[in-house]
Ligand binder design. Structure first.
Ligand code: ADP
Length: 398
């Protein structure tokens, strides 16, 4: 069976075509600049021996045209034995697992737009365009929030009037669940344990960043909240701030709600502290003695360390600490700074292993470390494809 895993953002669609159940990647690529005059469509086929991806620049009006370009690039795909998996950011409390898409599920995803106004609308555009182009092909929604639906009430409630949760869905949902689920499967296999017996702290550190505590294979706490703004500081998102300061800014009349949204989502995080959101450049600047870049890195390491301490307390036993995401996988100085002084929690890095670059799962802890420290490359498309395959084959069996 072929699974096309799609990640539709506001102006781009990332995709990967995999053959299941063996998981071989046949092709992958990116359509970017949707809605702009100079879009780009990049496709790399892994089955024709071509080393370099093919790429062309053109105007791409909308998601439907973007998907048509993807299908063109993939060549003739069989209508039979094909399914499409869509990454959907917010499933609210409605979805605790992947769902086969029909009119009802599409309407439910649309109804959740108010909880994720930046993310769900483009996810939905991808779904609608695909259903229009390929009405006979099964489509599956795989949610970033679903894995965190196991959070216990004491972890997902905010200390606000209960009515806000009951009537408006104001609660912690958590995100990056697709990545965290993938990390759990791979970490458990590496540890030789069943996922349901595995306790982990997973640090997904990319442009967005979150920390998740996993107990017996279930998410029991996570740093992002009702929206993906909460928790760790991120590339351009603020992470946790005192809610009183938001009131202060509104009351001073400097910002309205849109201005506040822009401040918290685009002008904060690394961007706010040092004027850049690319960690490679920030590391290079800090190396040159740039104080603002160093401050941003120190803040980041301090925040990660606090979450690790807190989640050790929540979990009691930690089998492994997992770094994933662009920063988690590649930024050895961030890992070193975050874990510095955590020997008392049974965590110690091997400096040489930490510094070695690799695209594979690897252990980077010292022999003395009680907790394994793993680097696991994020592979959200593969997880989307696997969940899609499992659901489609289960449904067609029953
Ligand atoms: P997204 O959340 O958009 O998927 P990624 O997971 O790709 O983001 O992470 C992007 C971040 O990873 C950027 O800050 C980038 O600078 C950082 N990054 C990527 N490669 C490296 C590297 N070799 N060293 C340090 N940071 C890196």
């Amino acid at each position: 069976m072929l699974i096309l895993a799609l990640n539709s953002g506001s102006s781009s669609i990332k995709y990967r075509l995999l053959r299941m159940p063996d998981g071989t990647t046949l092709a992958g690529g990116l359509v970017e600049g949707i809605g702009e005059s100079t879009g780009r469509c990049t496709c790399r086929r892994h089955d024709d021996g071509a080393e370099a991806p093919s790429s062309r620049t053109l105007s791409i009006a909308d998601h439907r045209q973007g998907l048509a370009l993807i299908f063109d690039g993939l060549g003739a795909l069989p209508g039979q034995g094909l399914a499409v998996g869509h990454r959907v950011v917010h499933g609210g409390s409605l979805f605790d697992a992947a769902a086969l898409i029909d009119d009802r599920v599409t309407a439910q995803i649309a109804a959740l737009q108010s909880l994720a106004p930046l993310h769900n609308p483009p996810n939905l555009l991808g779904i609608q365009a695909c259903r229009a182009l390929w009405p006979q092909v099964p489509q599956v929604a795989v949610f970033d929030t679903a894995f965190h639906q196991t959070l216990p009430p004491h972890a997902y409630h905010y200390a606000l009037p209960r009515r806000l949760c009951d009537e408006q869905g104001v609660r912690r949902y958590g995100f990056h669940g697709i990545s965290v689920q993938s990390a759990l499967q791979r970490a458990a296999a590496h540890l030789g344990k069943a996922p349901e017996h595995t306790n982990l702290i997973v640090l997904h550190l990319g442009n967005g960043a979150s920390v998740t505590a996993i107990q017996a294979g279930r998410s029991v706490d996570t740093s992002m909240g009702m929206t993906p703004l909460a928790g760790l500081m991120m590339g351009s998102r603020c992470g946790d701030v005192d809610p009183g300061l938001l009131l202060h800014l509104l009351q001073q009349g400097e910002l309205d709600a849109d201005g506040l949204a822009d401040l918290l989502t685009r002008r904060s995080g690394f961007n706010g502290v040092c004027g850049d959101n690319d960690l490679r450049r920030i590391l290079a600047r800090a190396e040159q003695g740039d104080a603002a870049a160093q401050l941003a890195l120190d803040m980041y390491a301090h925040q990660i360390k606090k979450y690790i301490g807190a989640y050790c307390a929540v979990l009691g036993r930690v089998d492994a600490l997992v770094f994933t995401g662009g920063i988690g996988e590649n930024a050895a100085p961030v890992r070193a700074a975050a874990l510095q002084g955590l020997e008392m929690l049974g965590m110690a890095l091997d400096a040489r292993k930490n510094a070695a670059a690799s695209a594979e799962l690897r252990a980077i802890h010292a022999a003395s470390s009680r907790v394994e420290v793993l680097v696991i490359p994020a592979d959200e498309e593969r997880e989307v494809a696997e969940q899609t395959y499992r659901l489609v084959t289960t449904v067609s069996c029953c």
